[in-house]
Design a protein around this ligand. Structure first.
Ligand SMILES: Nc1ncnc2c1ncn2[C@@H]1O[C@H](COP(=O)(O)OP(=O)(O)OP(=O)(O)O)[C@@H](O)[C@H]1O
Ligand SMILES: [Mg+2]
Length: 320
């Protein structure tokens, strides 16, 4: 089965570097796709390559992609607007166009667009053994990982409301005959049967898709890697992330204490002790702070001595 990893953590702790290093190490024996979900992409820089149309093959077994969040959001909106206009053809009187043109400023569009792109990547890229997602800093990441569950809750409520509408239509039609809207031609008969109602059908499809995606995210082939540094701020933020992941039932599978040096060794041990309390059962990997690593030198940024995923355990779904 294809494995999926999300690299998360506070800004600047080394998510992208660790994700790149892990992808590189895995690609010696597996087919790996690494995807940057961070609008401020830097995987290209880490691998010292320029991408073409957001993609680049780095080695026989290693492919890199960077998502274009602006384009994703635009495409996402366009698709949704098409669905809406198709569903509500008869409501043109209400000047829906005006609503659509401001939809793009609505909060959450980028998170939905990102989520859609993750879903598509997982669904379409069956040819890989591993997909590694490099994510933006914690806040946004938790928000889009939470979206499937948030959305399912909304859809359930919307289906209830829609069912009530259909019931009312049915009652009214029984009283005064078939209901017509848009008196000018063409007349459209308003459905009251659930199986014929476009809105309910669309909600059902959406619910199915989000259920599937949620199943994948919570499943045994998916995992979150949490990167932190030996400092107190990093600890606080990680605490929040661990709580968030637990609440969402998303499996945390590896902790990386990155940038450990002679100077911060004591702090590193203290922080690790705290992590033991928060997430004792999760394996932990230390990564040393290395001398500034630049493109073109002997050691590449993504080529670090630590074996990054040897501790990773693919266990069953975490109990919540
Ligand atoms: N083990 C390490 N040793 C030395 N420098 C490191 C190490 N890990 C990361 N860095 C450096 O730290 C900086 C931040 O790393 P990186 O971009 O991977 O972090 P990030 O968590 O992805 O940041 P952002 O939140 O901005 O996406 C970079 O300059 C990187 O080279
Ligand atoms: Mg990054």
């Amino acid at each position: 089965m294809m494995k999926i990893l999300f690299y998360t953590g506070k800004g600047g702790v080394g998510k992208s570097t660790m994700a790149a290093a892990a992808a590189w190490q895995l690609s010696r024996r597996h087919r790996v796709l690494i995807v940057s979900l961070d609008p401020a992409h830097n995987l290209g820089d880490i691998f010292c390559v320029t991408l073409k149309n957001g993609a680049k093959q780095l080695a026989e077994n290693l492919h890199l992609r960077e998502v274009d969040l602006k384009k994703l959001s635009r495409d996402y909106l366009e698709r949704e607007v098409t669905v809406l206009t198709d569903t509500y053809k008869y409501l043109q009187v209400l000047n829906l166009d005006r609503y659509f043109s401001i939809l793009k400023y609505s909060p959450g569009i980028e998170e939905y667009a990102l989520l859609t792109s993750i879903e598509e990547t997982i669904r379409k890229e069956k040819g890989f053994d591993y997909i590694i997602f490099d994510t933006p800093p914690t806040g946004l990441t938790l928000r889009f990982l939470a979206l499937p569950q948030v959305t399912i809750t909304w859809i359930d409520r919307l289906m209830q409301i829609r069912r009530q509408i259909l019931e009312k239509r049915y009652t009214i039609q029984k009283i005064r005959g078939p209901l017509k809207e848009g008196q000018k031609s063409p007349e459209i008969r308003l459905e009251f049967n659930e199986d014929e109602d476009g809105v309910i059908q669309r909600l059902k499809t959406m619910k199915n898709n989000y259920d599937t995606l949620n199943g994948i995210l919570q499943g045994e082939d998916c995992g979150v890697v949490l990167v932190f540094n030996p400092d107190v701020l990093s600890l606080r933020e990680s605490d929040r992330l661990i709580d968030g992941l637990n609440e969402l039932g998303l499996p945390l599978r590896l902790l990386i204490n990155n940038k450990v040096s002679e100077e911060n060794r004591e702090m590193a041990s203290r922080v690790e002790k705290e992590f033991k309390k928060m997430a004792g059962e999760i394996p932990l990997q230390r990564v040393a702070l290395s001398e500034a690593l630049y493109c073109g030198t002997e050691q590449k940024l993504y080529d670090i001595p630590e074996d990054l995923l040897s501790n990773l355990q693919w266990k069953e779904k975490k109990d919540v």
